[in-house]
Write a protein that binds this ligand. Structure first.
Ligand code: MG
Length: 158
């Protein structure tokens, strides 16, 4: 058995009046994330971690943001595809850990549903996916509420 690790990082800008999609669920907020897809920054970080673990490139390579077929796409579709790509290479997901950095809104109450949602998309037990949230103490672009960032780390094995 070979064990492999991957990391992912993503950032999207916050804009007033857009829907906020995070971890595969819609969250009520004054602002939402701007992007070619639904801009789910957490899912994008997880996709990159999965692809990275299997040395399959990155999310921009697989789902180019100038491709009209991905315009406004539900990022859960991209995540499902990334799961299939690593399965096609013979890998299984051991576990996923992740962090969302956002000053607002408060994400703690939403984390259980995000975990359930993403576990279902990837067809893994909910205990194998961890999602954490932190503010940045009003520092940096996340702290100024200009954007939200996310980090993910995964372990896969064959
Ligand atoms: Mg992105």
């Amino acid at each position: 058995m070979k064990i492999r690790t991957g990391i992912g990082y993503d950032v999207h800008q916050l804009k007033e009046g857009l829907p906020l999609w995070l971890g595969g669920i819609r969250i009520e907020h004054t602002h939402g994330l701007l992007g070619h897809s639904d801009a789910d920054v957490l899912i994008h970080a997880i996709c990159d971690a999965l692809l990275g673990a299997a040395a399959l490139g990155d999310i921009g390579q697989h789902f180019p943001d100038n491709d009209p077929s991905y315009k406004g796409i539900d990022s859960k579709v991209l995540l499902k595809r990334c799961g299939e790509l690593i399965a096609e290479k013979g890998y299984h997901i051991s576990n996923i850990d992740s962090i969302v950095c956002a000053q607002r809104p408060k994400l703690a109450p939403h984390l259980p549903l995000m975990r359930e949602t993403l576990a279902q998309v990837l067809n893994i037990p909910v205990d194998d996916i961890s999602i954490k949230a932190t503010t940045t103490e009003h520092l940096g672009f996340e702290g100024r509420e200009e954007g939200i960032s996310a980090y993910a780390s995964v372990i896969i094995y064959d």
